[in-house]
Design a protein. Sequence first.
Length: 361
Amino acid sequence: DMGGHDTYMHKEISEQPDAVDRVLRGRIDDRFSTVHLGGLNLDAREARTIRRIKILGCGTSYHAGLIGAGLIEELARIPADAEPASEFRYRNPVVDPDTLYIAVSQSGETYDVLAAVQELKRKGARVLGVVNVVGSAIARETDGGVYVHAGPEVCVVSTKCFTNTVTAFALLALHLGRIRDLSVADGKRVIEGLRRLPGQIQEILKQEDEIKKLAKRYADAKSMMFIGRVRGYPVALEASLKLKEISYIHAEAYPASELKHGPLALIEPSLPTVAIIPDDDLLEKNRAALEEIKARSGQILAVAHQEQEKADHTIVVPKNEPELDSILMGIPLQIFAYHTALALGRDIDKPRNLAKSVTVE
Ligand code: F6R
């Protein structure tokens, strides 16, 4: 049942305010400015002994894991990174007893992720899951974890589950942070930010008509470049994946800082750039990258907190706390990918060559 939408993807994009509300519900503790995560199976004493966090997932879940690692480093100050699960399992990874491993999966059935979990368990590691489907294989094999509560996702490409997974990571990061060194004031600030998310997502959804017009303008591009820095880079990766998957337009994502180390050679009028530019301490650096692109007559679509003078078009996104900005900045680009694919007449819910859950190697 598409509930009045033409595609599941559109329905799932539109459901995000409610979905995010669900991942937050019942978990926030205002008294201690923290978060309770019932199924984590990690007590405070154990949480204090974690020296590193390694996040594993595939595709969109890997991108959510990259944002998750950033959130954990920012809020809990635990060194964290994310890696594609399939790469991890085939490189005979060094499994360290002081590292907490986190497997991320919408379906909970992705074979590469499951096999990575099994390899880790065999080597005695502690593995948690950040999973959407309750009772799925990965949920069962992990020692505990956080359910993402995005609800069923039918469209092959992931949208609401990505947003909810990143929000679940924000909860986990806040929880770990408050056990360690995050102050009550910062905990409170992030909690207030989390509570603003559903309303702000609603505001972004209201811009659909304008985003649709932009999508039509860029739909005949042969290729697109996506750039961002630090918090914006995983958003660029995910936005570029979404565009590729459903529109079949070639897209690349780069850290804006890497442009001058190579990809700038590609910039010309026929290669538009989508630039993710939050209003954070890297704003000026990002603006400098836009100037570099303009100097080569590249077209620019910015996703930013304020109109960008150097850009040809800007999608203005509401501002939250800096740590949570990446959650919001991905959403207009889901809508952008959707309308690009629609303009090109693609089969949006079932893109060619792809399956919803990849249960084979
Ligand atoms: C992207 C997409 C895929 C999945 C990936 C992992 O839109 O749907 O990249 O994210 O196959 O799937 P899960 O999260 O089910 O493990």
